[in-house]
Design a protein. Sequence first.
Length: 397
Amino acid sequence: MIRRLFLLLATTALFAAEPSRPFFGARPGALEKAKAAAPNDESVAKALKKLITDADKALAVVPPSVMQKTKVPPSGDKHDYMSIAPYYWPNPATKDGLPYQRKDGKVNPESREEAANDTLRARLVGTTVETLALGYYFTGDEKYAEHAAKVLRTWFLDSATKMTPHFRFAQAVPGVNDGRGTGILEARGLADAADAAILLVGSKHWSAADQQALLAWGSAYFEWLTTSKNGQDEHAAKNNHGTWYDVQAVKWALLLGRMDKAKELCVAAGPGRIGVQIEPDGKQPLELARTASFSYSCFNLRALSALAGLGEHVGVDLWQHKTKDGRSLVVALDFLVPYLGKNPKLWTMQQIHESNEDDVLPVLRAAALATGDDRYESLLKEYSDHRSKRLQLLAPR
């Protein structure tokens, strides 16, 4: 199978043009390095095989649209994104269940009902487009570009199905509000999809006009993200919500060619995120206060690592940022290291559900590359399926 894969690359990759700008979801130069290494690097080869399997599955995804919900947002316009806050439940003390009450870490199934929530659709846009676009980049097979373009046009461009560029009605709390800044967390997949669109350059299915229309949508969304009350509230968040806001804002700024703004946000993240969120001993108090404290510690560290990766594109090295009292990305990761790998130490703080290893494995690779410390790569290798993870393509050794 792998030999056939190399033959496919040899015969088709020439038709996948190199993008006109970097794909910001990968380290600078990573995709070119992975493509060149595939014939001789077992880990890259396995990750590429898994990517193509995933891309073939993604061909069956029906292009998501905000118009697929049946409930109408408060605006009366189904083109507006809407969702219900996942950790809020009906109030048992009132007849109508209002106002909803918070149960941290416990997802209300109502928030995942697709009749009234665009959450899963937005997530699917991000994963589907990125997978298909990467599949096209590595193989040159137009079937991947064609379907990625359909998904992009359906969500962002076509007048009958596109989303209005704002998240005003995201993560509403029934009986309290019709949307909150915290809902912007659900938009991170859209930035990933827009970023991946650059990998379709050269395909007959994605034109320069398509790319410009997508950037126009992104410009309108970025304006809302950075000026609206919801956007400002999320930017002000001290926990993982604020970090993921930065990741989205920086990525959109990069996509729009606003390098100065991207750099400004990355520079500010040193004192504003690392200096605030991480203690000198590596603990992240605001994440440890959650009912899934290990998961949220990993989740925020993944966001900080992603932000550091974006910073590489504008000359900001967040992996080397360290406050006078020792707060840093490295110390935050080192706090979690004993609880990772095949023989993890028991986590004694609250953790009400299983954690997701995909939140931390990319961080281990990023740390290994940024610091040169082999401990992180050795720990990564303790996970049996690490060779097939996409990090082998997005951040190859």
